[in-house]
Design a protein around this ligand. Sequence first.
Ligand SMILES: [Zn+2]
Length: 118
Amino acid sequence: MTENIILSPVPDLSDLASSAVWSVRYRDPSGFDCQLSLESASGVEVLQRAQAALAKLSESGCTPIQISSATNGNTKAESVMCPIHNVPMRQYQKNGRSWYAHRLEDGNWCRGKAHDNR
Ligand SMILES: [Zn+2]
C-alpha cells in the first residue's frame, strides 16, 4: 500500500474538502417552511451550488426564514443570547442600571458569565 499523503503544489483546500454540506431554510411562495440541503465533495463547489440555489429560490418567490424574530413573540429586534446556555436573555433595569439575565432551570440567574454564580 502506498500512502497518498503528498499534497499537490496548488493551495490545498483539504479542510474544506471532506464532504461539505450547506443547507438553507426558506419559505416557499405558498407559505411552507422548507429546508434545502446541498452536499458536495468540496466546500468551494458546494458554495457555488448554494449561490445558484439561492438565486433560483429568490427567482421563484421564496423568502428566507428569520428564525430569531419568527420564534419570538416579542417584536424587539435585538435579542441577546447567553453565550453559555445559548438561550435568549432579557434585559432588566433597576436603580438606573441595566443588565441582561435569564433564569436557569434550578431557579438561579445567569448573566451570561461563566463565574457569575460561583
Ligand atoms: Zn446562561
